[in-house]
Design a protein around this ligand. Structure first.
Ligand SMILES: [Zn+2]
Ligand SMILES: [Zn+2]
Length: 156
């Protein structure tokens, strides 16, 4: 993501509003494949300040994440606040390159876990069936450890 600062570069204290819609490619973040829905919306302000440019403002994007219990897709809105300072000596071709910062804001705003529903029943640990849609009989084959002990006592 690049922002052209030509219009403010000669005036200290000058600022520009920059609204951007950016299409992001799905990518792996923290070992998870993240798919974006629609574009990332940024509403930034860039200020020409002494030896640097200050970029600030909100950003948001919708992502698809797997439910941590049943793995169904969950849509989640990521919100973050840009707040970057770019030294003027680092600016090339009158452009601020904020691609890496954007990537970092998205990464930091990703929740560690999401659930499709607070009551999501998850997957059966034995057969892997989605217990929200289906039932299985795995629990009938599992022996309650307390009963197993009792069995043993009766055997002796
Ligand atoms: Zn779920
Ligand atoms: Zn099962």
């Amino acid at each position: 993501m690049k922002i052209n600062i030509k219009s403010i570069k000669d005036t200290l204290g000058a600022k520009i509003d920059v609204k951007k819609s950016i299409n992001l490619e799905s990518r792996k973040i923290r070992g998870q494949e993240i798919e974006f829905i629609g574009s990332c919306e940024l509403d930034l302000m860039v200020i020409n300040a002494e030896d640097k440019y200050v970029v600030s403002g909100p950003g948001k994007v919708l992502v698809k994440l797997p439910c941590s219990r049943c793995l169904e897709e969950v849509k989640e809105e990521l919100n973050f606040n840009f707040n970057e300072e770019i030294k003027k000596v680092d600016v090339e071709h009158n452009e601020l390159d904020l691609s890496n910062s954007l990537e970092e804001y998205i990464r930091l705003s990703l929740p560690m876990q999401v659930v499709c529903d607070e009551d999501c029943a998850g997957l059966c640990p034995s057969c892997g069936i989605n217990l929200n849609d289906d039932e299985c009989e795995c629990y009938m084959h599992e022996v309650d450890p307390r009963l197993a002990k009792l069995d043993k006592l009766l055997d002796d």
